[in-house]
Design a protein around this ligand. Structure first.
Ligand code: GDP
Length: 300
């Protein structure tokens, strides 16, 4: 798995580790901390997180006698790992009710539909039955795309015509999962930004209906964010979080960016766990997020 993380995060890793390697090789100059700060900032962790990491590092260096870390780098890795909230996903809760419902939200182009397919493939590979809901009824192409994934993965897809009420598609999907005793229902949603208010009330309606249908049991609401947009993802989490209670994030396209540090910034800013990272276009290119593997992959 570590290998998969280092491969998937190749660009972020190349950006950070090489520069950090050469910084650590040099004699410690008076600008050591400043240079380290600049390097970390290029990965888009965000100024707040980076400055608190540097402050912690300076503190630690003042009292190195009490540490268990061999060097500054392992101290940083440990700190970054701990910035991610430690919350268990609903699917790991043995007492959760069935079906597990996952609502997937995010702006168009973020990688939502592909991520829905990747999640389906992942649960299926664990022996679970899965059903998909084509809730982006605004775009005929999105419905078609999900149907194609369904065919490819041999997973049923609940869909209606373009322009149908997305809440009705979500409702049908959950109902079908319950009546057919399917383990996991994953619902795609629309992400058009030009009519933001409508979209937000639409999402909150879907969320309400789904929750009611599963007897007020918790569901996972995951936001898919294109990691290549770096810090711009912050406002997306804010907006979507105002209409639906997000339970976690999925960062797609991690393979295509040197700004993978955004995972750290977002997790810290919103106290939201990163559940998965997308590292390619295939259905198997989804990695369950592991803070320790992530921190080591980008810094070690
Ligand atoms: P949606 O509009 O949010 O549903 O986005 P799509 O699922 O259609 O994805 C948009 C584009 O991003 C497609 O070309 C996907 O193949 C691509 N994509 C999605 N996830 C990843 C990823 O993790 N890595 C890479 N390299 N491409 C991705």
């Amino acid at each position: 798995l570590f290998q998969k993380f280092t491969d998937g995060l190749k660009k972020t890793r190349a950006n950070l580790t090489e520069k950090i390697d050469s910084l650590f090789k040099k004699d410690r100059s008076s600008n050591f901390h400043q240079e380290l700060e600049t390097i970390l900032l290029t990965s888009d962790m965000g100024p707040k997180v980076v400055s608190s990491l540097i402050t912690d590092l300076k503190e630690w260096e003042k009292s190195p006698g009490t540490d268990q870390f061999p060097d500054a780098r392992s101290f940083m890795i440990d700190r970054i790992e701990k910035l991610f909230p430690d919350t268990t996903p609903i699917w790991e809760n043995p007492e959760r009710s069935s079906p597990l419902v996952i609502l997937v939200v995010g702006v168009n182009g973020a990688g939502k539909t592909t991520t829905v397919a990747k999640l389906a493939a992942l649960f299926k590979s664990e022996g679970k039955s899965v059903i998909l809901g084509a809730g982006d009824t605004f775009r005929a192409a999105a419905i078609k795309q999900l149907e194609l994934w369904g065919e490819k993965l041999s997973i049923p897809v609940v869909h209606q015509k373009e322009g149908a009420d997305p809440a009705s598609v979500a409702f049908d999907t959950v109902k079908a999962a319950i009546s057919r005793k399917i383990d996991v229902a994953i619902i795609d949603t629309a992400g058009r930004l030009q009519t933001k208010n409508n979209l937000m009330s639409e999402l909150s309606k879907i969320h309400r209906l789904v929750i009611r249908e599963v007897g007020n049991n918790p569901i996972e609401t995951l936001i898919v964010l294109d990691a290549t947009i770096g810090q711009n993802a912050v406002s997306q989490v804010k907006h979507f979080g105002e209409s639906v209670p997000l339970t976690g994030m999925i960062l797609s396209k991690m393979d295509g960016t040197s700004k993978g540090g955004i995972a750290v910034g977002l997790a810290k800013e919103f106290s939201l766990p990163v559940r998965f990272i997308g590292v390619g276009e295939q259905s198997s290119d989804l990695l369950p997020f592991d803070p320790s593997l992530f921190a080591r992959s980008i810094l070690q």
